[in-house]
Design a protein around this ligand. Sequence first.
Ligand SMILES: [Zn+2]
Length: 80
Amino acid sequence: MRLAGDALEYLVPEPDPLLQLCPACGASVVWMVTPMGVRLPLSVASIRVGTDGRRWAVSHVADCPQAGTWRTQRKRRGER
Ligand SMILES: [Zn+2]
């Protein structure tokens, strides 16, 4: 991961990440798993190709208009 502005970007899984709709706002998200084993939704709208030729996206937790919903769920499940 790396910083883009103030938002963390994550590598988009290749070749075919699992595409779903955000249950909170309906935006398209793809799922990746962090090195710590936590499933994390990435905003499809934020996907861009980096200078390394790989695809990067911002966590949907960061740009979801209903982000409070995600944070609440994460807290409730006891994840960091
Ligand atoms: Zn959302």
